[in-house]
Design a protein around this ligand. Structure first.
Ligand SMILES: [Zn+2]
Length: 438
């Protein structure tokens, strides 16, 4: 770990600069940092560039130029990454910082809601946010707190105020589903159990839930359009639909009025088609996309966040119904991804971390995307400039270019040849400040 840090520090010593004095130079002037990039993948261009110099002033990138061309400004802190590949800070557009891959042996999902005090959940979320940042993910779209209410808004405020380290967060608070459409479930019907999402029935309740969540700080609204899934009579993946088109339309109409977007969890079939008919902005998971769904996504400009990895691990035993369903999900997911890729659907990188324990590498998703036919450069763009467009942050994040926030990562490898190398990122800058994992 931290070979790049050694080079960087060596570079700083050569330049006679002591690190730690970099954020504000003497006299209170805005700090200027120069980063030498051996190879630059800027998040947008199709080709990497060699020997670039990135000039960072304060929290923004001021210029990007050929090393041969420029003269370094006097007094700048120099970070030497001339042996490394530099990329924009990465974006994971589907995470749950309030989940920890809840192990069934420890009570699983239910115990998290029934036994963990909210402060404990917030403490764990703080660690999850830190884990993301140290792996080079400088932005997350976190798609609901799973029973932890508006905790994500609080974590976001703590990061923005500098109390804790973490990525930029786009949060969606409580999420929305229907009666019979979300855990906790399976308890005695006489018991009123807490739910992992806000439950609505009817367009009036649906709109009200969206209003409440937006009012309390949601950047996105997350809707569960399918819930249970199983193997159908003809061996197909069947998913139980939740909201009606009318209910979803009320949410989408309200949310768009606030200038925000709606992410729909949808696996297949009726619920997936209702999600599209209701005008959702992004399909999450989309395990079984039929041709009509793909055509409609193209027509409506719907984003697709496939979250592949999570469906290729952690299967139930092969001789159980759940195990067979888990295997079928994976079987249909790959051709859906390939069809969407071929058709030109706007695919964005997302993992479902939290569903996956935060101890695992977030960047494992890149390898799945590449194995399923996506060129490595495009996979990187799915986690940089393309995600930025979905998040209405084009030019601000996900790109190494003048005017963008200085969110940068580096790795001691060529990720275009070895995409797994992105699991070994060991230089992270967010907002012009170097993040140093302990
Ligand atoms: Zn999820």
């Amino acid at each position: 770990m931290n070979k790049l840090f050694d080079w960087m520090i060596a570079g700083l010593l050569l330049e006679g600069v002591v690190f730690g004095q970099s954020s504000v130079s003497q006299g209170g002037a805005t700090a200027v940092t120069v980063i030498r990039a051996g190879t630059l993948i800027d998040g947008k261009s199709d080709q990497p560039r060699r020997d670039q110099v990135i000039l960072v002033r304060g929290n923004r990138i001021e210029s990007v130029s050929d090393a041969a061309a420029g003269k370094l400004p006097a007094g700048a802190t120099v970070i030497d990454l001339s042996k490394a590949t530099v990329l924009p800070g990465l974006i994971d557009s589907h995470t749950h910082i309030f989940l920890q891959g809840e192990a069934p042996a420890q009570g699983g999902y239910d115990a998290n809601i029934l036994t963990a005090p909210l402060a404990l959940r917030a403490a764990r979320a703080t660690v999850a946010a830190r884990r993301a940042l140290e792996q080079g993910f400088t932005t997350l779209r976190d798609v609901e707190t799973e029973g932890a209410g508006y905790g994500d808004v609080g974590i976001k405020e703590a990061i923005e105020a500098g109390y804790i380290p973490g990525p930029r967060l786009f949060v969606s608070t409580r999420a929305i589903s229907t009666t019979g459409g979300y855990p906790l479930e399976g308890y005695a019907p006489e018991l009123e159990m807490p739910k992992g999402a806000q439950i609505v029935d009817g367009p009036v309740e649906a709109r009200k839930a969206a209003r409440e969540q937006l009012d309390h700080g949601a950047d996105w609204i997350k809707v569960y359009m399918t819930h249970r899934s199983w193997v159908g009579k003809n061996g197909e993946l069947v998913s139980q639909p939740t909201l009606t088109v009318e209910e979803l339309r009320a949410i989408v109409d309200e949310t768009h009025g606030w200038g925000k977007k709606v992410a729909c969890h949808a696996y297949s079939g009726i619920g997936l088609h209702r999600a599209l008919d209701g005008g959702c902005d992004s399909i999450e998971h989309g395990l079984d996309l039929d041709d009509a769904a793909i055509a409609q996504m193209l027509k409506q400009g719907t984003w697709y966040v496939p979250t592949l990895s999570v469906y290729y691990t952690d299967w139930g035993p092969a001789d159980t119904e759940a195990g067979q369903r888990d295997r079928l999900r994976a079987v249909v997911h790959e051709p859906s991804f390939r069809k969407a890729l071929k058709a030109g659907v706007k695919i964005v990188f997302g993992t479902d971390m939290g569903g996956i324990p935060w101890t695992e590498p977030i960047a494992q998703e890149f390898l799945r995307m590449v194995e399923f036919g996506m060129p490595p450069m495009e996979a990187i763009q799915c986690a940089t400039s393309r995600a930025a467009v979905m998040l209405d942050m084009e030019g601000q994040i996900g790109v190494v270019a003048p005017g963008a926030f200085a969110d940068l990562v580096a790795v001691d490898a060529n990720p275009l040849r070895d995409i797994k190398a992105l699991e070994r990122i060991d230089f992270v800058m967010k907002d012009g400040k170097v993040f140093r994992p302990k």
